[in-house]
Ligand binder design. Sequence first.
Ligand code: BDR
Ligand code: CA
Length: 321
Amino acid sequence: MTLPGPSAPLYLDCDTGVDDSLALAYLLAAPEVDLVGVGSVSGNIDARQGAVNSLDLLALAGRDDVPVAVGAHDPLVGSYDGGAPSVHGRNGVGDVALPPSGREVTAESAVELLLRLSHEHAGLLRVVAVGPLTNLALALRADPTLPERVLDVTVMGGAALHPGNVTPAAEANIAKDPEAAAEVLAVDWDVTLVPLDVTMAHVFEEADRKALLEAGTALAPWLGEVLDLYFGFHVPTFGRRCSALHDPLAAAIAVGGVTPTVAPRVPVVVDATDGPGRGQTVCDLRGLYAGYPDVPGARTRVVLATDAPLAPHLVERLLTL
Ligand code: BDR
Ligand code: CA
């Protein structure tokens, strides 16, 4: 077992993706954590391309020491749906050709990497998952004792009192593998769910993107380029070029860069039926009029509000890369 150190070991599971790229970079810049592994999963892009994107971003940050493993190509039920090319580009990083890292993915799968890291950092490992939860569900199936060795899990996903973003009820990460999300949220571990209710309230503007483009550092200007297509995607939603900060908000909450101010522990059930609610995160928020007290026995913390805007903090950290 690793002795407690100045920064906590953290495994990132992602479908790298534009906002996943920001989350990965934020975690690299965060002194509070030591990024010890990155797993990919199909979501915004297929799992293999997602891993290549992570390798390329890590190389630009000078972090070729971080292992990157390919995870699940298909969800637990059905097949990969082809991703979201109109949102994240055909390559996941806004159709920007990042300089190839020249590095290979690990021989072990994302599930094997997560399980190995959970033993190497038993009791200390923090998990941040910002894509579909297929890898986490498969890891739990392979080793149901995994939660005993994980300190906490932060998930970008779901919509509590907010509409979905891929169906009226469902958010993309949960919608792409509801069965996996249902399994992950049914397990007894310390999960913080960061849903659309808060991620849509944290936005990057053109001034933030410009700051990255002009950074004069190795990685940040590339992130500014990668954001271009994603800014266009958000015009019908916000009426201007900008972007929601889904995945970096989950990363920032995980490491304490942004603090939840309303985040009750409540029962959360994922709708994995085939009806119109498929992929919905049904959160028991009937405590609304009582100030959202924790529900006794509930494991999942659902973030509904935070103390500060993420964007200035995110820019400050990304400008160091
Ligand atoms: C989530 O879905 C993906 O498109 C993003 O990367 C984010 O993880 C938002 O619904
Ligand atoms: Ca994502």
